[in-house]
Each structure stands twice: as C-alpha cells, then as structure tokens.
Design a protein. Structure first.
Lengths: 172, 98
C-alpha cells in the first residue's frame, strides 16, 4: 500500500541517477582535464534523459540522447580540438582568485531557489497516467496545432544559426 | 514521486553551472557550464509540465533546439577568437574595461 503510493522503483532509479548526475556535474566544473570535462558532461546529459523517461516524456528523452549526447558533445570535442586546448592536466582552465566569490554566489543562489521551491511545492505529487501514454503522438499533435508558428520560427532560427556559424568559422 | 525532488536536482545543477561559468577561464568550458544550466531548466519544465498538459514538453523541445543553435554559434565565435588571438582565455578579452 505504502509502496504503491510512494512509487518505490522510480524513486530508487531517481536517487541513483541524481547522485551520479550531481557528481558528474561537479566534475565538469572542477576537473583539470578538458576532455574529461566533455565526457563527464555526457553523464549529466544522459542523466537528464533518464529523468525525462521517469517523467514519461519518452520523445523528449530520445531527442535528448540524439541531440545532446550524439551531436552537441561531439561539437564540443571538435571545439576542444580546433582551439588546441591543452590535452591532459592543465592548471589554467580556471581562475583560482574567483573561486571564493563563485562558490558564494552559487551556494546563495541554491539557497534562495531551494528555499522558495520547498516552500511552494513541498507536498505536490507527480501524477503520471497509469499504464503508459501515447506521449509521442500527443506531443506531435500539440506542436503541429497549438505551437505551429513557434515551431516554424525555431526552424528559421536554426537555419540562421547554421549559416551564421558557417560564415564565422569559414577561412577566407 | 514528488515535484520537489526534480526541482531540487535542477536547482543543484543550475548552481553548479553558475559556478562553472564564473570560475572557468577556457571558453569551451564556459559553454559546457551553460549547457548544464539549460538542462536544469529543461528538467524544471518537464517536471512542471506533468501537471498541466504537454506545454512543458513542447517548451523543453524548443529549449533543446535553441541550445543547439547557441552551441554552434558560440563555438564558431570561440574559433574566431582563437584564430585572432591564439588563445581562448576569457580573462584576456578585456578591451571593454575602462
């Protein structure tokens, strides 16, 4: 009874994934090796995808894996390679003099966001439809009916960004 | 599951991303930290979206598309900076300082 109402398997999966994601995210911003930072970023992005799956957003999860893990991380690795970043350990990836103030800023931000969210959403349960849902079909219906114009605008934006990136990065 | 567990995970990721943007000097690493922030926002959107139809998921899709565009243009700009200055140390880009 209690087990059913508290959704134990999902919570165990969430706990494991959340701990892994937080560890990997801390490593992304603290590691001395820039290639390791890109590979830890893969762990965080995959964890976000698993979170989408836990929330029954399977289309978004697949998009997350394809676009982020498949494309954006590869783009980052190309960026690392083309800017001749120091491979291996390097001490000038971060600025030690900014560490205290950055730590203070991020911790106070976490305190403010966390306190306000706990105060507002403490007891709100997530109610997911039982027995699965036709999520992909519903999302596509939603995009191509209510959000058609924003969708077209995003595709124009992607085209503009693509051409802009080519113009900027081209040797002439 | 409660909404708050996703919101807290997202808040922690967001703060780690802000720390990374502030403390890193290498431009590519700053872009990676911005990706952390955008992903934290996506978790929030989908978690809130469970209680109000599909708008949250559609917004998260738009955020993913805009993030892809941002990374493409951002890396192209970093490539230009590297070609002109042989370095992508952001602390050295201080011509606007008075």
């Amino acid at each position: 009874m209690i087990a059913a109402s508290y959704d134990v398997p999902s919570n165990i999966a969430f706990g494991i994934v959340a701990v892994g994601m937080i560890y990997a995210a801390v490593r992304v911003v603290t590691t001395k090796n820039i290639v390791h930072a890109a590979l830890y970023l893969v762990l965080v992005l995959a964890g976000v995808g698993i979170n989408f799956l836990l929330l029954q957003a399977e289309f978004l999860a697949i998009t997350q894996f394809l676009v982020y893990v498949g494309a954006i991380v590869v783009l980052f690795l190309f960026g690392i390679m083309l800017t001749r970043a120091p491979l291996g350990q390097s001490d000038d990836l971060d600025d030690p003099s900014q560490k205290p103030i950055a730590l203070l800023t991020s911790l106070s931000l976490l305190g403010v966001i966390g306190a306000s969210q706990i105060a507002t959403w403490k007891d709100t349960r997530i109610v997911l439809p039982a027995g699965g849902s036709l999520n992909t079909q519903s999302v596509s219906d939603e995009i191509f009916s209510n959000y058609l114009i924003p969708f077209e605008v995003v595709s124009v934006l992607l085209l503009a960004a693509l051409i802009g990136a080519i113009v900027l990065a081209r040797r002439d | 599951m409660f909404v708050i567990q996703f919101l807290m995970l997202s808040a922690i990721l967001f703060s780690i991303g802000v720390y990374g943007v502030l403390v890193r000097r290498n431009g590519v690493l700053v872009l990676m930290s911005i990706e952390l922030i955008l992903n934290a926002v996506n978790i929030n959107l989908v978690a809130f979206g469970t209680s109000s139809g599909l708008s949250g998921q559609v917004f998260a899709l738009f955020v993913i598309a805009v993030a892809a565009a941002e990374v493409g243009v951002g890396l192209a700009i970093l490539l230009m900076i590297y070609r002109n200055r042989r370095s992508i140390d952001i602390d050295q880009l201080d011509e606007l300082k008075g």
